[in-house]
Design a protein around this ligand. Structure first.
Ligand SMILES: O=C(NCCNC(=O)c1cc(-c2ccc(F)cc2)cc(O)c1O)c1cc(O)ncn1
Ligand SMILES: [Mg+2]
Length: 214
């Protein structure tokens, strides 16, 4: 019973990053994934686009679908204003266990609520569980065939307000064709594609930013 890739990624953070320093955690993960083992974090190139959108929105309440090892959780939470909250949902308990420790190493545990479970079950509970009225920002990075049903669920649960921003990873690779088709053709969204590359590679990928019009 050897270690898993997420466990080896966590060990690299504990070895190379400074506790309480989110940027050093980001740098340690990017170094590990570029020079040791590829992993499905949003990465530094798409991560810079994520940073610029988060900074522009400056969300009070943010939601992340798909925590994995917590890399994008740290990228988002480090930019949040005081008093704001990031809720991140992860289905896979092994991923969640690693992410909790990565977020803790960065010292961002007070800004983040990590919830384990299927997004389709948890989204309808957001108001009851966390007293959330609506999300200012949503980062979609979980199972690619869940992007569309979960976007529709957010609408149906009135968890989006005029101006809420959805940012979707991997719309080219692995690809989210049904989501793109819906969101680009819906009169309820204004969408823009940010061309980039699959994390740590030269393969094309990109982020789709969609503003809910209400
Ligand atoms: O795998 C679960 N989540 C990760 C979703 N994310 C991805 O699948 C993902 C994949 C890739 C990717 C791209 C090219 C390639 F060759 C292989 C993988 C890149 C990314 O940036 C992702 O974000 C999962 C498990 C589980 O048990 N329950 C719920 N979710
Ligand atoms: Mg991704």
């Amino acid at each position: 019973t050897g270690s898993t890739r997420p466990q080896r990624l966590l060990r690299a953070v504990q070895k190379n990053a400074t506790q309480g320093d989110p940027q050093s955690v980001i740098n340690a993960i990017d170094h590990f994934c570029r020079h040791k083992e590829w992993a499905m974090n949003v990465g530094d190139e798409k991560g810079s686009i994520l940073d610029s959108v988060v900074s522009e929105v400056n969300p009070s309440t943010a939601l992340e679908l798909g925590t994995y090892c917590g890399y994008s959780t740290v990228r988002i939470a480090r930019l949040l204003p005081p008093g704001s909250q990031l809720i991140t949902l992860e289905f896979n308990p092994a991923y969640a266990a690693v992410a909790k420790q990565v977020i803790g190493w960065a010292g961002l545990q007070d800004k983040v609520q990590l919830v384990e479970g299927p997004s389709g079950d948890l989204i309808p509970q957001m108001k009851d569980l966390f007293g959330v009225q609506s999300f200012d920002f949503v980062f979609l990075d979980h199972w690619k065939d869940r992007y569309l049903p979960d976007a529709k669920l957010l609408e149906e649960c009135s968890l989006l307000r005029k101006g809420s921003v959805l940012l979707a990873d991997n719309v080219i690779c692995p690809g989210t064709p049904e989501y793109l088709e819906y969101i680009r053709n819906s009169p309820r969204y204004e969408s823009r594609y940010f061309k980039s590359h699959l994390e740590y590679t030269k393969v094309e990928d990109g982020l789709e930013k969609s503003v809910f019009l209400g």
